[in-house]
Design a protein around this ligand. Structure first.
Ligand code: HEC
Length: 203
């Protein structure tokens, strides 16, 4: 599918979603959108730097093999404290996921993924907020922006064999290999309860 066709598809999907829900809670004014966008960006930014320092610290301490178990979000205490502080749920999703829990789960996520893939390497690849029933869900693309990512997500034959064996042991259904530099690896997904709007108004 060409870029323009995909863009049209996404736009059409958004129009259909917003029209069919005109009277429900699935619409959002610009101010609400921006507030969730800002908070999502803050939360994902903090989660990302905490995870990166966690993983790179482990790599320095014990090498790539040792660091494999430090890549799970739940292994990082910051996730819990951010979830509590902002009353949100932080996760990462991907079309080729390593952890089975990180699969793209809704049609909206699949459409969003196709859209981000089609606009990769342009300035159009940016974060967004989607309303899903009672939730506002923030998404932000994650790229393999560092050479270090490829030590665990690069082509299988280029991953250290002991590290790859460990990955397969922990994740027998792993699909998250074969990436080059700066490819779309996943999305940050931050789910907010829409009731939080009132809470966030006070922030
Ligand atoms: C030491 C090995 C290692 C390195 C280095 C590494 N990852 Fe991962 N990555 C993993 C493991 C293991 C998981 C599964 C974590 C889990 O259980 O949720 C994972 C999961 C992910 C996920 C969640 C989706 C999925 O596949 O389950 C994303 C997104 C991701 N990594 C991006 C990156 C990026 C970007 C980098 C570079 C900044 C990177 N990783 C570096 C091992 C690594």
């Amino acid at each position: 599918m060409k870029l323009t066709e995909l863009t049209l598809l996404v736009v059409a999907a958004i129009i259909i979603i917003s029209c069919s829900n005109k009277n429900s809670q699935n619409t959002m004014d610009a101010e609400t959108y921006n507030r969730f966008l800002e908070t999502g960006s803050e939360v994902s930014g903090q989660a990302q730097s905490a995870l990166l320092s966690h993983v790179s610290g482990a790599m320095k301490e014990g090498g790539t093999l040792y660091a494999v178990e430090f890549c799970n979000l739940e292994a990082s205490e910051i996730t819990d404290s951010l979830n509590n502080l902002y009353n949100c749920t932080i996760s990462r999703v991907s079309d080729k996921n390593r952890n089975p829990q990180n699969a793209l789960s809704t049609d909206t996520e699949k459409q969003l993924w196709e859209y981000f893939l089609s606009v990769q390497e342009t300035e159009m690849i940016h974060d967004t907020v989607v309303m899903e029933g009672n939730q506002a869900v923030y998404y932000k693309p994650i790229l393999t922006a560092m050479q270090a990512c490829l030590q665990c997500h690069g082509p299988k034959e280029e991953i250290d064999p002991a590290t790859y064996t460990k990955i397969r042991e922990l994740y027998p259904e792993d699909e998250a290999t074969g990436y080059g530099l700066n490819e779309l690896r996943g999305l940050w997904k931050i789910e907010f309860d829409r009731d939080e709007e009132t809470v966030m108004n006070r922030m």
